[in-house]
Design a binder for this molecule. Sequence first.
Ligand code: HEC
Length: 206
Amino acid sequence: MKTRILTLLVFSIALILNSCTKDDEPVNPPVVTATPSTQTISSGSATSITISSSTVGTTFTWTVVQTGVSGGSSGSGSSIAQTLATTGTVAGTATYTITPTANGVSGAAINVTVTVNPVAVTVKTTYTADIKPLLVNSCTPCHISGGSNPNKWDNYATTKSKINGILDRVQRETTAAGFMPQGGSKLSAANIALLKKWVDDGLLEN
Ligand code: HEC
């Protein structure tokens, strides 16, 4: 009888102790770290943010708020690699809010802001926008429709076919035979560079 009571007592104490231990077990919410904590990228390239926690088995989810940026989306995992692009000509941001969860408990969310810079648009030199106004201005009246010279620089096809001659003549010494504009002053270095860039850009009309 005594043994029975003792056994019961020991068993009960063990049960109580066991339940106490379980109840008191501290459940620490996981802490999330993002590397880097902010990032700046060029439009059209991808983010590369690594997410981690010292709590083993932590999983991560994120949401994103975009301003002047597209390409971001909510998701989960241990890295954010999303290709972002600016929607306009100015820089924008994508702010990721990352929440860690471990053992069913979520930790405090952190924000990672990615700044997306627009990529400079390279403007090509064209006949209509750049070359025609330049030549009409500098080679008037001789090479313009109605002028004395048969080579008309207000005509795209003619100008395109004679571009090597044009470049040759405008780069001659002002005192040399055949210097152009005849009787005028030398084109500025910027204008000569523009004629060369037109060649490099592919002699586009528009
Ligand atoms: C005052 C008139 C006059 C002006 C202004 C003038 N030219 Fe001329 N250009 C001529 C005459 C005349 C000829 C023909 C004689 C010669 O080849 O040198 C000629 C010939 C040329 C030729 C050779 C064409 C060929 O293949 O037969 C080129 C190239 C040329 N000019 C370019 C230009 C350019 C570019 C300008 C402006 C930056 C210009 N010229 C301004 C009168 C002019």
